[in-house]
Design a protein around this ligand. Structure first.
Ligand SMILES: Nc1ncnc2c1ncn2[C@@H]1O[C@H](COP(=O)(O)OP(=O)(O)O)[C@@H](O)[C@H]1O
Ligand SMILES: [Mg+2]
Length: 360
């Protein structure tokens, strides 16, 4: 079992110095708009992912009037007490420590404290561009497979190098084929590994998404989730060769795993063009709960679930069904925010949840 017992937040976003003790499995957090509910969930997310869910720029996570922030999370991971400390000074590299020992690579921390967040703008994953869906898939896999994130980081680094090389070729009006081949070779291996892992893990994710969609939407529509990559049609090496003329002209790498997408369909039609608001929300929850279930299956304990303003998203019946599942059929810790404390109180009573209510 994974539990967060306490979090201490210093100069993170709108917080000055605050701490919160969490004594139950289900924690309701209420307060007016703008008070810091989302920021509190993000502070928890930060302890699990070494970064904010909303931005990669730590100066934006620092209280505007300060020049750094500190987070401390006291977790109990199946009996192991794990203290997470993050110290960010905007002028230097942030420190991230597990039981006072700094990580050399932040990526090593990912997956130790699995968590899933459902945030207000997440419906973008479904209706927006492919980037959000890749990010979703990456977030799922990197918590399950440590090598995935390492290879993805290498890939992205080499991709930047290749793109600047293509720019240089254009500026200088000549091509160094030897150098290009070296860079290509550095890109191919991590690209292939990321591709294979995306294929493998999406195979596990798909049936879970379909299952949860049925459960939440309560009907017989068929949704499908198909992972698509150019690497399914051709090997990466040939793709790079074939695309070189184009790459040279556009001065960037046109094909590769950075262009992968996930096609979502509803009754065999593109999901985003035909789905109603309600269906979009149901699918979003299905994606996130599938992530939750897959993490749970792999880790043999439930991840932390962060539900931000979900009452605004789902109707009461669906919400109750969802909470029934997360709170009674799982033993994970759940944090739920809402503007109305009474709404949290009454749903806790109705579903017989022995929860903790925190008013900000
Ligand atoms: N870096 C920051 N420094 C100070 N205040 C911030 C920072 N980032 C966000 N905020 C403030 O935090 C508040 C929003 O908090 P949020 O957690 O989103 O509220 P809630 O979810 O309760 O509606 C806003 O008033 C916003 O201006
Ligand atoms: Mg909020």
């Amino acid at each position: 079992m994974l539990r967060l017992h306490k979090i201490t937040i210093t100069h993170f976003k709108n917080y000055d110095i605050s701490y919160f003790n969490f004594s139950k499995n289900i924690i309701g957090i209420s307060g007016l708009n703008g008070i810091g509910k989302t920021n509190l969930l993000d502070a928890i997310y930060y302890c699990c992912f070494t970064k904010s869910y909303f931005t990669n720029t730590d100066s934006l996570n620092t209280n505007f009037e300060k020049d750094g922030f500190r987070l401390e999370g006291n977790f109990d991971n199946s009996g192991d007490l794990q203290k997470i400390t993050c110290i960010n000074r905007n002028t230097s590299k942030k420190e991230f420590l597990l039981n006072d020992v700094p990580y050399e690579k932040l990526s090593k921390h990912i997956g130790l404290l699995p968590a899933v967040i459902i945030a207000p703008d997440d419906v973008e994953i479904i209706i927006g561009g492919s980037e959000g869906r890749r990010r979703y898939l990456d977030t799922v896999i990197c918590q399950l497979d440590g090598e995935y994130l390492q290879q993805l980081i290498i890939y992205n680094k080499v991709l930047l190098q290749r793109n600047s090389l293509l720019k240089r070729f254009a500026e200088q009006g000549k091509i160094d084929l030897g150098l290009l081949e070296i860079i290509n070779n550095q890109l191919i291996n991590p690209g292939k590994i990321v591709f294979e892992k995306r294929e493998r893990f999406s195979q596990k994710l798909i049936p879970l998404i379909e299952l949860f969609y049925k459960r939440i939407a309560d009907n017989y529509e068929t949704v499908s989730f198909i992972y698509r990559s150019k690497l399914q049609e051709n090997d990466f090496e040939s793709i790079l060769k074939k695309m070189f003329e184009k790459d040279r002209i556009v001065q960037r790498t046109s094909e590769g795993i950075h262009k992968d997408d996930i096609t979502l369909t509803l009754n065999e039609q593109p999901f985003k063009s035909i789905a109603s608001q309600g269906q979009r929300k149901s699918l979003l929850f299905a994606l996130k709960l599938a992530q939750y279930q897959l993490l749970k299956d792999y880790k043999s304990f439930s991840p932390i679930l962060l539900l931000d303003d979900v009452f605004e998203k789902l109707d009461e019946k669906r919400m109750e069904r969802l909470l029934q599942w997360v709170c009674h059929e799982n033993d994970g810790q759940v944090f739920i925010t809402d503007t109305h404390p009474q709404r949290l109180q009454s749903i806790f009573e109705k579903l017989q949840i022995d929860g903790q209510l925190i008013e900000l």
